[in-house]
Design a protein around this ligand. Structure first.
Ligand code: MN
Length: 269
């Protein structure tokens, strides 16, 4: 399966670099508002130079004086399926691509259509994953590190830690002690956040979920829920879909819940 990645990048202005693997490289667009789950939103996507596949793993701060100076995080990544009959390269050359994304945040069909020159539109297709949620604001964190972009900085906030709780006090305590050892504010925040996030995961405290995230998350990657073991009844389409993905069920992106259930059962037989 070819890959896709979306890197949030605060250069001269904020944008989300949307990249699709094709012809051994990442075809790339800069999307000023980022992707939407709402088919009514037509998001401007400016075609930019191809980027190497290796660049898709980059997260960090591009230094002052360099092209694109500013922080970058891996906002989402995964694989995609071409929904058109022609090869992706041909579809893009013709200015109309349609694909199914299997990311950690984004899932479902999208289309990319060229308007003129470098200007394209990225639009969510109408399917069961379409909704009015705004993943860009609801799930701002890196899928790799949990870091967020704040201003021109990368930050590592603790996830789902409420004020006044034991975890919040633990966070402040660690941050203070790391700073006393001579670390910067950023470094101290990062160490403290990593520690409390790990502690929460270990003790099985549930993570706070945003409204869209429960639908769009791949459940297997999240702490707590182990979907496969909950028995054949009561599994969500997403859980069945993930299982179908593991079993390499063809055409799974176009199946409804009961079709997925049948296909998964057949594969296991
Ligand atoms: Mn960029």
């Amino acid at each position: 399966m070819p890959r896709f990645v979306i890197q949030q990048h605060h250069a001269t202005s904020m944008h989300w670099d949307f990249r699709l693997e094709a012809s051994g490289t990442y075809k790339s667009w800069a999307v000023p508002k980022g992707p939407s789950m709402d088919p009514r939103d037509k998001r401007l996507a400016m075609a930019v130079d191809d980027h190497s596949i290796g660049w898709g793993d980059f997260e960090g701060v591009i230094g002052e004086g360099q092209y694109g100076a500013g922080p970058v995080i891996v906002w989402d990544r995964g694989t995609y399926e071409n929904l058109r009959d022609e090869p992706m390269e041909d579809a893009l050359a013709a200015g109309h691509a349609s694909f199914w994304l299997d990311g950690e945040k984004l899932r479902g069909g999208w289309s990319l259509r060229r308007i003129d020159g470098r200007r394209w539109l990225l639009v969510k297709r109408r399917d069961e994953h379409a909704n009015s949620g705004d993943p860009v604001s609801e799930r701002p964190e890196s899928v790799v590190s949990g870091r967020t972009i704040e201003g021109k900085r990368l930050r590592m906030p603790p996830r789902g830690v409420k004020k006044g709780t034991k975890r919040a006090r633990q966070y402040e305590k660690i941050k203070k002690s790391v700073k006393q050892q001579g670390a910067s504010e950023d470094r101290a925040e990062e160490v403290a956040a990593r520690t409390v996030n790990k502690e929460r995961a270990r003790s099985g405290e549930s993570r706070t979920r945003s409204r869209t995230s429960t639908q769009d998350m791949s459940s297997g990657r999240r702490g707590g829920q182990r979907s496969g073991s909950s028995g054949p009844k009561g599994r969500t389409r997403d859980q069945l879909y993930n299982e179908a993905k593991k079993l390499n069920v063809e055409g799974r992106s176009r199946m409804n819940k009961s079709q997925l259930q049948r296909a998964v059962d057949n594969k296991k037989r």
